[in-house]
Design a protein around this ligand. Structure first.
Ligand SMILES: [Zn+2]
Ligand SMILES: [Zn+2]
Length: 342
C-alpha cells in the first residue's frame, strides 16, 4: 500500500510502497477515506526538538482519520466490518489510576496514534478497537477526519458552559477556528478573536466571530475593554501558545470568569498570578486531549445535525501523494485544515 513515512531523522516525509498492516486480535483494519494534517504532523515533518526526542523512524505518520472498517480482529466486539469510523488518537491503557478514575486522556501509559504507533497517512491503518469511534453515516469523511482536533476545541470551549457569555479566543489556528464555531453553536453572546494573520481571522469571521483583532497592529486590551464596557470577557480561551497572548487573556478575563489553556508554550512563562488570577477568583483549566468519548459524541452530533458547519475551516484538499503541498500551505500559516485523500 501507499504510505507517507518519517523514514529518517531530519526534515521531510517520503511516500513509499509498504506492506499492509497486520491487525492484532483487539484491532480493526481501516481503509482510509480522508486524513487531515495536524500541527503534530508538521512538527514531525520539521523534526523539531519535541519530535527528535519522541519519534522513532521509520514511522507512518498522521492520525486524524476517517475510513471504513474492512477487517476485525478475533476479540473485537463493538466494531463491525463496513462501519464508518474515526479514531481517538490517545491510545489509553485502561488500567492505570487515571484510566480507572475517568481520565483516560491523561493515561500514564499513553501511546499516540501516528506518533508512537504507525499512523493514517496511508491507504490502510490498524486501530485498537477501544479507541475507535463509529461515525454517524451522514457525516462526510472530510469532516469526520477533523473530529479529533474538533474534540480539543469542544473540551476547551465547553469545560464550563458559554451560554450568554462573552468569549475571547487568542490564536485561531485550526483548533481555534473550530472553537469559534463550537462557541457560536453553544450560545456565546459575543466572540472576540485575536491572531497575527488575516487569512485565519477571515475564516474566524465565517465561523461566527463578532470582533476580529489582528494583534500585530491592533491593541487587543483596548478593543476588548471597549467591547465589554470595561468589564472584560466572561470566558478566555488561550489557543496560541504565545506568552503575550496568555497575559492578555488572563488580564482580560473578568473577575469571577474562566480561562481555558490549550496552546503549548515553548518555554516557562510569567504571569501576574496575584492580580490577574487570585484576586479575580479566576477558574483556570489546563486542557489536553479530549474527553473520551463525551467530546466525540458532542462533535459527531453537531456535525450530523448540520448545526455546526466546519466547511470554512477546511481550506485545502490534496491527494496523499501531494502531502508536500499541504505541509507548505501550513508552514505559510495560510491554511485552516488541510485534508489528504489516499
Ligand atoms: Zn491532531
Ligand atoms: Zn491508563
Amino acid at each position: 500500500m501507499k504510505a507517507v513515512l518519517k523514514e529518517n531523522p531530519g526534515r521531510g516525509f517520503v511516500l513509499r510502497d509498504i506492506p499492509m498492516p497486520e491487525i492484532k486480535e483487539d484491532e480493526v483494519l481501516v481503509k482510509v477515506s480522508a486524513v487531515s494534517i495536524c500541527g503534530t504532523d508538521l512538527h514531525i515533518y520539521q523534526w523539531n526538538t519535541w519530535a527528535q526526542g519522541r519519534i522513532k523512524p521509520p514511522l507512518v505518520v498522521g492520525h486524524e482519520v476517517a475510513g471504513r472498517v474492512v477487517e476485525v480482529g478475533r476479540n473485537v466486539k463493538r466494531v463491525q466490518i463496513n462501519d464508518f469510523v474515526s479514531a481517538e488518537t490517545h491510545i489509553y491503557c485502561g488500567y492505570c489510576h487515571q484510566c480507572l478514575t475517568g481520565h483516560p486522556e491523561i493515561c500514564e501509559n499513553l501511546k499516540i496514534l501516528g506518533v508512537d504507533t504507525d499512523g493514517a497517512f496511508a491507504e490502510y491503518i490498524a486501530i485498537p478497537e477501544r479507541v475507535v469511534w463509529v461515525n454517524p453515516p451522514e457525516i462526510n469523511p472530510e469532516f469526520a477526519s477533523v473530529q479529533e482536533p474538533l474534540g480539543n476545541a469542544i473540551d476547551t470551549v465547553l469545560v464550563e458552559d458559554v451560554v450568554g457569555k462573552s468569549v475571547l479566543i487568542t490564536g485561531v489556528g485550526p483548533v481555534g477556528l473550530l472553537a469559534v464555531g463550537v462557541a457560536r453553536v453553544s450560545g456565546a453572546s459575543q466572540i472576540i478573536v485575536s491572531d497575527i494573520g488575516d487569512f485565519r481571522l477571515n475564516i474566524a469571521k465565517k465561523m461566527g466571530a463578532d470582533i476580529l483583532v489582528n494583534s500585530r497592529n491592533e491593541n487587543l486590551r483596548e478593543i476588548v475593554m471597549d467591547a465589554t464596557h470595561g468589564r472584560g470577557v466572561d470566558v478566555g480561551l488561550e489557543m496560541s501558545g504565545n506568552e503575550g497572548a496568555l497575559r492578555d487573556v488572563i488580564y482580560l478575563a473578568s473577575p469571577g470568569g474562566r480561562v481555558s489553556l490549550l496552546g503549548l508554550f515553548d518555554r516557562d512563562v510569567t504571569i501576574n498570578l496575584n492580580d490577574d488570577v487570585i484576586f479575580k477568583k479566576l477558574r483556570v483549566y489546563g486542557i489536553t486531549g479530549r474527553r473520551i468519548f463525551q467530546t466525540w459524541n458532542i462533535g459527531s452530533n453537531l456535525l450530523k445535525s448540520g448545526r455546526l458547519d466546519i466547511s470554512p475551516v477546511i481550506s485545502h484538499k490534496f491527494t496523499l501523494e501531494e502531502f508536500d503541498k499541504g505541509i507548505e500551505v501550513m508552514e505559510r500559516r495560510e491554511s485552516g485544515k488541510v485534508i489528504l485523500i489516499p
